[in-house]
Ligand binder design. Structure first.
Ligand code: NAD
Length: 271
Protein backbone atom coordinates (compact mmCIF):
# COMPACT_ATOMS: atom_id res chain seq x y z
CA UNK A 1 0.00 0.00 0.00
CA UNK A 2 1.39 3.42 -0.98
CA UNK A 3 1.59 5.35 2.33
CA UNK A 4 0.97 8.72 0.67
CA UNK A 5 -2.26 7.50 -0.88
CA UNK A 6 -3.31 5.95 2.41
CA UNK A 7 -2.63 9.20 4.31
CA UNK A 8 -4.54 11.18 1.67
CA UNK A 9 -7.51 8.83 1.95
CA UNK A 10 -7.52 8.78 5.77
CA UNK A 11 -7.33 12.55 5.98
CA UNK A 12 -10.02 13.04 3.29
CA UNK A 13 -12.37 10.69 5.12
CA UNK A 14 -11.72 12.27 8.53
CA UNK A 15 -12.54 15.74 7.16
CA UNK A 16 -15.34 14.83 4.74
CA UNK A 17 -18.72 16.52 5.08
CA UNK A 18 -20.51 14.32 2.54
CA UNK A 19 -19.15 10.97 1.35
CA UNK A 20 -20.43 9.15 -1.72
CA UNK A 21 -19.57 5.44 -1.79
CA UNK A 22 -19.85 4.22 -5.37
CA UNK A 23 -19.98 0.43 -5.44
CA UNK A 24 -19.82 -2.23 -8.12
CA UNK A 25 -19.83 -6.00 -8.24
CA UNK A 26 -16.49 -6.30 -6.38
CA UNK A 27 -18.16 -4.86 -3.26
CA UNK A 28 -20.21 -8.06 -2.98
CA UNK A 29 -17.54 -10.53 -4.17
CA UNK A 30 -16.72 -11.42 -0.55
CA UNK A 31 -20.43 -12.18 -0.03
CA UNK A 32 -20.07 -14.96 -2.60
CA UNK A 33 -21.64 -13.09 -5.52
CA UNK A 34 -19.36 -13.43 -8.55
CA UNK A 35 -18.35 -10.35 -10.52
CA UNK A 36 -18.97 -10.46 -14.25
CA UNK A 37 -15.56 -9.49 -15.60
CA UNK A 38 -13.20 -11.40 -13.32
CA UNK A 39 -11.45 -14.60 -14.32
CA UNK A 40 -14.42 -16.94 -14.06
CA UNK A 41 -15.57 -15.63 -17.45
CA UNK A 42 -19.29 -15.11 -16.84
CA UNK A 43 -19.68 -13.24 -20.12
CA UNK A 44 -17.76 -15.97 -21.99
CA UNK A 45 -20.27 -18.53 -20.76
CA UNK A 46 -23.27 -16.28 -21.37
CA UNK A 47 -22.44 -13.97 -24.33
CA UNK A 48 -23.81 -10.45 -23.68
CA UNK A 49 -25.46 -10.24 -27.12
CA UNK A 50 -27.69 -13.18 -26.11
CA UNK A 51 -28.09 -12.59 -22.38
CA UNK A 52 -27.43 -8.98 -21.42
CA UNK A 53 -30.48 -7.31 -22.97
CA UNK A 54 -34.21 -7.98 -22.45
CA UNK A 55 -34.75 -8.51 -26.20
CA UNK A 56 -31.72 -10.85 -26.40
CA UNK A 57 -33.03 -12.82 -23.44
CA UNK A 58 -36.52 -13.25 -24.94
CA UNK A 59 -35.06 -14.30 -28.30
CA UNK A 60 -32.68 -16.77 -26.68
CA UNK A 61 -35.52 -18.11 -24.53
CA UNK A 62 -37.51 -18.99 -27.66
CA UNK A 63 -34.58 -21.00 -29.04
CA UNK A 64 -33.03 -22.42 -25.86
CA UNK A 65 -35.11 -21.74 -22.73
CA UNK A 66 -32.93 -24.00 -20.58
CA UNK A 67 -29.86 -21.84 -21.23
CA UNK A 68 -31.80 -18.71 -20.18
CA UNK A 69 -32.92 -20.49 -17.01
CA UNK A 70 -29.28 -21.41 -16.36
CA UNK A 71 -28.21 -17.76 -16.85
CA UNK A 72 -30.93 -16.40 -14.57
CA UNK A 73 -30.11 -19.08 -12.00
CA UNK A 74 -26.47 -17.95 -12.01
CA UNK A 75 -27.59 -14.39 -11.29
CA UNK A 76 -30.35 -15.14 -8.78
CA UNK A 77 -28.93 -18.00 -6.72
CA UNK A 78 -25.83 -16.25 -5.23
CA UNK A 79 -27.92 -13.16 -4.39
CA UNK A 80 -30.60 -15.33 -2.73
CA UNK A 81 -27.94 -16.88 -0.47
CA UNK A 82 -25.82 -13.78 0.16
CA UNK A 83 -25.15 -12.01 3.43
CA UNK A 84 -23.53 -8.61 3.86
CA UNK A 85 -19.74 -8.68 4.31
CA UNK A 86 -17.37 -6.50 6.37
CA UNK A 87 -17.08 -4.03 3.47
CA UNK A 88 -20.85 -3.40 3.42
CA UNK A 89 -20.89 -3.09 7.20
CA UNK A 90 -17.99 -0.62 7.16
CA UNK A 91 -19.89 1.54 4.66
CA UNK A 92 -23.03 1.38 6.83
CA UNK A 93 -21.00 2.38 9.90
CA UNK A 94 -19.90 5.57 8.13
CA UNK A 95 -23.40 7.00 8.54
CA UNK A 96 -22.77 7.56 12.25
CA UNK A 97 -19.65 9.60 11.37
CA UNK A 98 -20.56 11.68 8.38
CA UNK A 99 -23.30 12.18 5.80
CA UNK A 100 -23.00 9.18 3.50
CA UNK A 101 -24.80 8.33 0.30
CA UNK A 102 -24.28 4.95 -1.36
CA UNK A 103 -24.58 4.96 -5.14
CA UNK A 104 -24.55 1.33 -6.16
CA UNK A 105 -24.51 -0.49 -9.47
CA UNK A 106 -25.32 -3.66 -7.57
CA UNK A 107 -28.76 -5.22 -7.61
CA UNK A 108 -28.31 -7.43 -4.53
CA UNK A 109 -29.72 -5.18 -1.77
CA UNK A 110 -26.77 -5.90 0.53
CA UNK A 111 -26.03 -2.27 1.41
CA UNK A 112 -29.53 -1.98 2.89
CA UNK A 113 -29.18 -5.38 4.60
CA UNK A 114 -26.06 -4.12 6.37
CA UNK A 115 -27.82 -0.95 7.56
CA UNK A 116 -27.10 1.76 5.00
CA UNK A 117 -30.19 3.97 4.76
CA UNK A 118 -29.33 6.35 1.91
CA UNK A 119 -28.83 4.01 -1.05
CA UNK A 120 -29.36 4.85 -4.72
CA UNK A 121 -29.59 1.69 -6.85
CA UNK A 122 -28.82 3.04 -10.30
CA UNK A 123 -29.15 -0.38 -11.99
CA UNK A 124 -32.28 -1.34 -10.03
CA UNK A 125 -32.73 -4.24 -7.62
CA UNK A 126 -33.39 -7.94 -8.00
CA UNK A 127 -35.50 -7.65 -4.85
CA UNK A 128 -38.03 -5.42 -6.61
CA UNK A 129 -40.71 -6.15 -9.21
CA UNK A 130 -41.33 -3.32 -11.65
CA UNK A 131 -44.17 -2.57 -14.04
CA UNK A 132 -42.15 -1.87 -17.17
CA UNK A 133 -44.94 0.24 -18.70
CA UNK A 134 -45.12 2.72 -15.83
CA UNK A 135 -41.57 2.19 -14.44
CA UNK A 136 -43.16 1.88 -10.98
CA UNK A 137 -41.97 -0.66 -8.43
CA UNK A 138 -45.08 -2.71 -7.66
CA UNK A 139 -43.75 -5.05 -4.98
CA UNK A 140 -40.67 -6.21 -3.11
CA UNK A 141 -39.56 -9.81 -2.75
CA UNK A 142 -37.26 -11.18 -0.08
CA UNK A 143 -34.28 -13.50 -0.22
CA UNK A 144 -36.27 -16.58 0.78
CA UNK A 145 -38.62 -15.96 -2.15
CA UNK A 146 -35.60 -15.50 -4.42
CA UNK A 147 -34.34 -18.87 -3.14
CA UNK A 148 -37.64 -20.49 -4.20
CA UNK A 149 -37.29 -18.93 -7.66
CA UNK A 150 -33.71 -20.25 -7.82
CA UNK A 151 -34.90 -23.75 -6.90
CA UNK A 152 -37.46 -23.75 -9.73
CA UNK A 153 -34.83 -22.46 -12.15
CA UNK A 154 -32.34 -25.12 -11.02
CA UNK A 155 -34.84 -27.91 -11.72
CA UNK A 156 -35.72 -26.48 -15.12
CA UNK A 157 -32.12 -25.78 -16.15
CA UNK A 158 -31.29 -29.36 -15.11
CA UNK A 159 -34.21 -30.59 -17.25
CA UNK A 160 -36.04 -31.98 -14.25
CA UNK A 161 -38.97 -29.57 -14.24
CA UNK A 162 -41.58 -28.68 -16.84
CA UNK A 163 -41.98 -25.25 -18.45
CA UNK A 164 -45.44 -25.04 -16.87
CA UNK A 165 -44.15 -25.60 -13.34
CA UNK A 166 -41.38 -23.01 -13.85
CA UNK A 167 -43.88 -20.45 -15.15
CA UNK A 168 -46.24 -21.22 -12.25
CA UNK A 169 -43.46 -20.52 -9.73
CA UNK A 170 -42.35 -17.33 -11.53
CA UNK A 171 -46.01 -16.26 -11.84
CA UNK A 172 -46.24 -15.98 -8.03
CA UNK A 173 -43.89 -13.01 -8.17
CA UNK A 174 -44.28 -11.73 -11.74
CA UNK A 175 -48.01 -12.38 -12.28
CA UNK A 176 -50.10 -12.31 -15.46
CA UNK A 177 -47.91 -11.39 -18.39
CA UNK A 178 -44.50 -11.90 -16.85
CA UNK A 179 -42.90 -11.88 -20.28
CA UNK A 180 -44.10 -8.38 -21.06
CA UNK A 181 -44.94 -6.17 -18.20
CA UNK A 182 -44.04 -7.19 -14.66
CA UNK A 183 -40.40 -8.09 -14.40
CA UNK A 184 -37.40 -7.85 -12.09
CA UNK A 185 -36.25 -4.25 -11.68
CA UNK A 186 -32.96 -4.73 -13.50
CA UNK A 187 -31.23 -2.31 -15.87
CA UNK A 188 -29.74 -4.41 -18.66
CA UNK A 189 -27.45 -3.21 -21.46
CA UNK A 190 -29.08 -0.44 -23.49
CA UNK A 191 -31.81 0.27 -20.90
CA UNK A 192 -32.35 3.68 -19.35
CA UNK A 193 -30.91 4.01 -15.86
CA UNK A 194 -33.20 3.41 -12.89
CA UNK A 195 -35.05 6.57 -11.92
CA UNK A 196 -35.23 8.59 -9.76
CA UNK A 197 -32.02 6.95 -8.43
CA UNK A 198 -29.83 8.01 -11.35
CA UNK A 199 -30.88 11.67 -11.33
CA UNK A 200 -30.36 11.84 -7.57
CA UNK A 201 -26.98 10.11 -7.91
CA UNK A 202 -25.76 12.71 -10.40
CA UNK A 203 -26.86 15.46 -8.01
CA UNK A 204 -25.12 14.03 -4.92
CA UNK A 205 -21.95 13.33 -6.87
CA UNK A 206 -21.79 17.04 -7.73
CA UNK A 207 -22.21 17.97 -4.04
CA UNK A 208 -19.95 15.44 -2.25
CA UNK A 209 -16.44 16.23 -1.09
CA UNK A 210 -15.21 12.60 -0.96
CA UNK A 211 -16.03 9.92 -3.53
CA UNK A 212 -14.98 6.36 -2.70
CA UNK A 213 -15.19 3.99 -5.66
CA UNK A 214 -15.27 0.34 -4.59
CA UNK A 215 -15.09 -2.81 -6.71
CA UNK A 216 -16.01 -1.54 -10.13
CA UNK A 217 -14.10 -2.03 -13.37
CA UNK A 218 -15.44 1.26 -14.77
CA UNK A 219 -16.55 -0.38 -17.99
CA UNK A 220 -20.32 0.02 -17.66
CA UNK A 221 -21.59 3.45 -18.80
CA UNK A 222 -23.04 5.86 -17.90
CA UNK A 223 -22.29 4.84 -14.28
CA UNK A 224 -18.57 4.72 -15.06
CA UNK A 225 -18.48 8.47 -15.65
CA UNK A 226 -19.34 9.27 -12.01
CA UNK A 227 -15.75 9.22 -10.66
CA UNK A 228 -14.65 11.82 -13.23
CA UNK A 229 -17.78 13.87 -12.54
CA UNK A 230 -16.94 13.88 -8.81
CA UNK A 231 -13.34 14.91 -9.47
CA UNK A 232 -14.43 17.71 -11.80
CA UNK A 233 -16.82 18.96 -9.10
CA UNK A 234 -13.87 19.15 -6.68
CA UNK A 235 -14.22 15.94 -4.63
CA UNK A 236 -11.29 13.77 -3.59
CA UNK A 237 -11.68 10.45 -5.42
CA UNK A 238 -10.24 7.27 -3.96
CA UNK A 239 -10.48 3.79 -5.45
CA UNK A 240 -10.66 0.52 -3.49
CA UNK A 241 -10.14 -2.54 -5.69
CA UNK A 242 -7.56 -5.35 -6.02
CA UNK A 243 -6.72 -3.70 -9.35
CA UNK A 244 -7.43 -0.02 -8.68
CA UNK A 245 -7.02 2.92 -11.03
CA UNK A 246 -7.28 6.67 -10.56
CA UNK A 247 -5.30 9.29 -8.65
CA UNK A 248 -5.63 7.72 -5.19
CA UNK A 249 -5.70 3.95 -5.61
CA UNK A 250 -6.00 1.74 -2.50
CA UNK A 251 -5.31 -1.82 -3.68
CA UNK A 252 -7.07 -4.66 -1.86
CA UNK A 253 -10.38 -6.27 -1.09
CA UNK A 254 -13.29 -4.11 0.02
CA UNK A 255 -13.86 -6.22 3.15
CA UNK A 256 -10.32 -5.54 4.34
CA UNK A 257 -9.50 -2.05 3.06
CA UNK A 258 -12.76 -0.28 4.02
CA UNK A 259 -12.86 -1.32 7.72
CA UNK A 260 -9.15 -0.39 8.06
CA UNK A 261 -9.66 2.96 6.35
CA UNK A 262 -12.55 3.84 8.67
CA UNK A 263 -10.59 2.63 11.68
CA UNK A 264 -7.59 4.76 10.76
CA UNK A 265 -9.75 7.81 10.00
CA UNK A 266 -11.80 7.69 13.17
CA UNK A 267 -9.65 5.49 15.47
CA UNK A 268 -12.66 3.26 16.06
CA UNK A 269 -13.28 -0.33 15.06
CA UNK A 270 -15.77 -0.25 12.22
CA UNK A 271 -16.55 -3.93 11.99
P1 NAD B 1 -17.18 -5.74 -12.93
O1 NAD B 1 -17.50 -7.19 -12.84
O2 NAD B 1 -17.01 -5.12 -14.26
O3 NAD B 1 -15.83 -5.43 -12.11
C1 NAD B 1 -15.64 -5.95 -10.82
C2 NAD B 1 -14.52 -5.18 -10.15
O4 NAD B 1 -14.46 -5.62 -8.80
C3 NAD B 1 -13.15 -5.42 -10.77
O5 NAD B 1 -12.49 -4.15 -10.92
C4 NAD B 1 -12.44 -6.29 -9.73
O6 NAD B 1 -11.02 -6.05 -9.70
C5 NAD B 1 -13.10 -5.81 -8.46
N1 NAD B 1 -13.09 -6.75 -7.33
C6 NAD B 1 -13.08 -8.12 -7.34
N2 NAD B 1 -13.09 -8.58 -6.07
C7 NAD B 1 -13.10 -7.49 -5.24
C8 NAD B 1 -13.12 -7.32 -3.83
N3 NAD B 1 -13.14 -8.37 -2.99
N4 NAD B 1 -13.13 -6.06 -3.33
C9 NAD B 1 -13.10 -4.97 -4.16
N5 NAD B 1 -13.09 -5.09 -5.51
C10 NAD B 1 -13.10 -6.33 -6.04
O7 NAD B 1 -18.30 -5.00 -12.08
P2 NAD B 1 -19.02 -3.62 -12.32
O8 NAD B 1 -18.03 -2.57 -12.68
O9 NAD B 1 -19.86 -3.43 -11.11
O10 NAD B 1 -19.94 -3.86 -13.61
C11 NAD B 1 -20.77 -5.01 -13.82
C12 NAD B 1 -22.27 -4.74 -13.86
O11 NAD B 1 -23.02 -5.92 -13.45
C13 NAD B 1 -22.67 -3.70 -12.87
O12 NAD B 1 -23.89 -3.14 -13.18
C14 NAD B 1 -22.80 -4.56 -11.62
O13 NAD B 1 -23.31 -3.98 -10.53
C15 NAD B 1 -23.57 -5.76 -12.17
N6 NAD B 1 -23.33 -6.90 -11.27
C16 NAD B 1 -23.89 -6.81 -10.04
C17 NAD B 1 -23.65 -7.81 -9.12
C18 NAD B 1 -24.30 -7.65 -7.76
O14 NAD B 1 -25.38 -7.07 -7.64
N7 NAD B 1 -23.63 -8.11 -6.70
C19 NAD B 1 -22.82 -8.89 -9.44
C20 NAD B 1 -22.28 -8.96 -10.74
C21 NAD B 1 -22.54 -7.93 -11.66
Amino acid sequence: MDTDNWSTAVSALRNAKHVVVFSGAGMSAESGIPTFRDADGFWQRFPPEEFATWSGLWKTALIDPHSVADFVLNVVDPIARAEANPGHRAVASLESRTKTTVVTQNVDGLHQTSGSTDVLEVHGSLLEVIDSLTAQVVRRIDRSQLAQIAEALRKYAGRQGSTDSLLAELGKYYPLDWLGRLRPNLVLFGDAMAEPAWTKACEVVDRCDLFISVGTSGEVYPAAMLPDQAAEAGATVITVDPQPSGDCPLPGKAGIVLPKLIHDAFAAVAD
